[in-house]
Design a protein around this ligand. Structure first.
Ligand code: NAP
Length: 405
């Protein structure tokens, strides 16, 4: 459905001091978050101009998006598709580039805003580069905060970059958190749909398939986050993400299962007030909030009718059926490289599940084994992060090779 040109409330000033149209680069433009972002940008050509778009290997969609949005550069990470991309862009003004060095270079283009929507630790280097140059970073890629939160935030502080969360829960908290009076906040609550297996017993979870796990009841998302939602590791990663984004202690971060996905998260205040942000489960809302921040823009997201929703349910999560939640909390408590290890092991285990090498319940078991086997060490640089990530991936692959289905 077409929507009206976005009325971004005021000609806003970005972190770099430029005025409308806001210039944007989208990293991971061909994914689920990326495609929603591209849709919003294409519906609002007067409000946004597009510098770089990037993809992993989907050169066809990348070329189509880059031509449609009039991007300056299109970068494909998989170098074997450079010629395909170049040919698809011949006769246009879009420059084709390829490889992970080009990906990081694209983050140095002085766009006002970088949308970080690559999945997994692969998004770390470009996001870090955007933070280093003081950009507005619309952050969907939670894995990079999980695996390198302290290092990324150090760069943000140094450069004056701004992170605007895109994850719906963190966007919700960002919208209702009183940053001027953080001492008035008593805690935050991340809501979780509970995923497709929220009502299954552990025994029933033993036999779920890849297709069952990918079939999220409320949200339409990429494969990795859909599996993370099913194991509830997604909520575990989000606890770590929230810990880095908001001035709260770990024991002030709560999780509540809320099957309708209408209340996207809540902030509790010392006077007993609880402020929530609500909406229909559509990622266009939090993405648009980040794109237009500090204004708002019109989207095609279905409007919320609480009368139609009728009832909202909440319950505490079950840590026994969903051990990933506890693993994430423990990794954050351990500190050092433990969250990096957790994230890397989880990425490897999710891929192994998607490839049919391990069963669903073994995903968290692999992560636990890796956390127990690899020592957490202090991390001072991105090289330390990459070394811990590599070691955890090797260990996870070794653990997976010992598993017999
Ligand atoms: N989807 C959601 O609703 C949602 C909600 C909240 C947060 N998030 C977070 O947002 C991020 C993106 O999620 P998604 O669901 O949009 O993922 P997705 O659909 O799998 O898309 C991932 C994007 O990253 C690109 N990519 C993959 N591997 C790459 C690599 N090695 N180097 C460079 N680019 C690579 C993909 O390119 P190809 O298309 O060429 O493979 C694609 O553009 C994740 O961190 C996720 O946790 C997503």
């Amino acid at each position: 459905m077409a929507v009206a040109e976005a009325p971004i409330s005021e000609p806003h000033t970005s972190a770099l001091g430029s005025i409308n149209p806001r210039s944007i680069s989208v990293f991971g433009s061909t994914g689920s978050i990326g495609c929603n972002t591209v849709e919003l940008l294409s519906q609002n050509p007067k409000s946004f101009s597009v510098d770089a778009l990037t993809a992993g290997s989907n050169w066809q969609l990348l070329a189509k998006q880059a031509i449609e949005l009039g991007a300056s550069v299109a970068v494909i990470n998989d170098e074997s598709h450079y010629n395909d991309l170049k040919n698809a862009l011949s006769g246009t003004n879009v420059e084709a580039q390829a490889g992970n060095v080009a990906l990081v270079e694209a983050a140095k283009i002085p766009s006002d805003m970088v949308v970080a929507a690559i999945v997994g630790a692969a998004g770390l280097k470009p996001t870090l580069e955007a933070a280093k140059r003081g950009a507005l970073v619309a952050l969907a890629n939670k894995e990079c905060l999980v695996s390198a939160g302290d290092i990324l935030l150090k760069e943000v502080k140094k450069s004056g970059a701004t992170i605007i969360p895109v994850d719906s829960e963190h966007s919700a908290i960002f919208q209702v958190f009183d940053f001027d009076n953080p001492d008035s906040v008593a805690g935050i609550t991340l809501t979780a749909s509970g995923g497709p297996f929220r009502d299954l017993s552990l025994a029933e979870m033993q036999s779920v398939t890849r297709e069952d796990a990918l079939n999220h009841p409320n949200w339409d998302m990429g494969a990795k986050i859909s599996i993370d939602s099913a194991t509830m590791m997604n909520k575990g990663l989000e606890i770590i993400e929230a810990f880095h984004l908001f001035p709260v202690a770990l024991d002030e971060i709560d999780v509540l299962v809320h099957p309708q996905s209408v209340v996207h998260s809540l902030v509790s205040y010392v006077d007993g007030s609880v402020l929530a942000q609500m909406g229909t489960p559509d990622m266009k809302t939090p993405i648009s909030y980040a794109l237009a921040w500090p204004g708002r823009m019109t989207t095609s997201a279905q409007k919320l009718s609480l009368a139609d929703v009728g009832r909202l349910d909440f319950r505490a999560p079950d840590n026994e059926r969903f051990p990933a939640l506890g693993l994430a909390r423990r990794a954050l408590q351990t500190g050092g490289s433990a969250p990096t290890i957790l994230n890397a092991a989880n990425e490897v285990a999710v891929l192994a599940f998607l490839q049919g090498k391990i069963g669903f319940v073994q995903i968290s078991a692999v992560v636990q084994r890796v956390l127990e086997s690899v020592n957490s060490v202090a991390m001072g640089s991105i090289d330390d992060v990459l070394a811990a990530d590599d070691e955890a991936r090797d260990t996870a692959n070794n653990v997976i090779n010992t598993i017999k289905l």
